[in-house]
Design a protein around this ligand. Structure first.
Ligand SMILES: Nc1nc2c(ncn2[C@@H]2O[C@H](COP(=O)(O)OP(=O)(O)O)[C@@H](OP(=O)(O)OP(=O)(O)O)[C@H]2O)c(=O)[nH]1
Ligand SMILES: [Mn+2]
Length: 191
């Protein structure tokens, strides 16, 4: 009995460490980055919020998915390499982050189009992170308009996001229901 208990504590201890190691890594990597809102919210709030949506709204307990959510903007936005993630967190997590990373060498229009085209081709676990990322960003847009964004640009982000989300259908009911309601507020129906 005592042996079993300490073995299960070891497993839980490792899971806790693995999650907090990612949160700490993300906090360090994003430390100089701010959101685009007026009050310059720390960027790390976004990646923690995406992980929180997955655990608390989507009911996800797959540790690699939660780790990937915490790390999901490190390659794209902080110059972290795939190899660094692989060395720190293993192949599975690094591959998931890579799957949700835009190719920043492409022009913005092309990059945005790629997201629409690639959404349905993603793995189930990458789709979860993509859905939670969109849900966080759309709620954030409803909360506060990024500095310099016109109403048209906000509307355009909603329309573009709805096309990406259309390709992620059939992945997680809770997330898709919340997204559908956000789009409906703007008169957008997901096809
Ligand atoms: N709504 C909102 N977004 C902000 C804010 N600050 C930073 N962002 C980030 O801006 C990105 C959306 O802005 P865009 O102009 O469309 O894209 P870009 O930064 O990639 O050029 C999102 O990136 P992303 O997470 O990589 O997601 P995605 O747009 O690729 O889906 C989002 O996280 C903010 O205050 N509000
Ligand atoms: Mn993001």
């Amino acid at each position: 009995m005592a042996g079993e208990k300490s073995a299960s504590l070891d497993v839980q201890g490792k899971l806790c460490r693995d999650i907090i190691r990612c949160a700490n890594f993300a906090a360090l990597k994003h430390k100089d980055q701010r959101r685009k809102d007026e009050i310059q919210t720390p960027y790390v709030n976004h990646v923690i919020g995406v992980a929180y949506i997955l655990t608390n709204e989507a009911g996800i307990s797959d540790i690699s998915v939660i780790q990937a959510a915490l790390l999901h903007d490190t390659i794209e936005d902080t110059g972290t390499s795939f190899y660094e993630l692989q060395a720190e967190f293993g192949e599975d997590v690094a591959n998931l982050v890579k799957e949700v990373t835009d190719d920043k060498t492409l022009p913005k229009e092309e990059r945005k189009l790629q997201q629409i085209v690639n959404a349905s081709k993603s793995s189930y676990r990458a789709k979860l992170v993509k859905l939670a990322d969109k849900l966080y960003n759309l709620r954030d847009l409803r909360r506060a308009t990024p500095v310099g964004w016109s109403k048209e640009r906000v509307d355009e982000y909603f329309r573009w996001a709805s096309q990406v989300v259309a390709g992620l259908k059939g992945t997680n009911k809770a997330l898709e229901d919340s997204l559908r309601d956000l789009f409906a507020e703007r008169g957008i129906t997901i096809t």
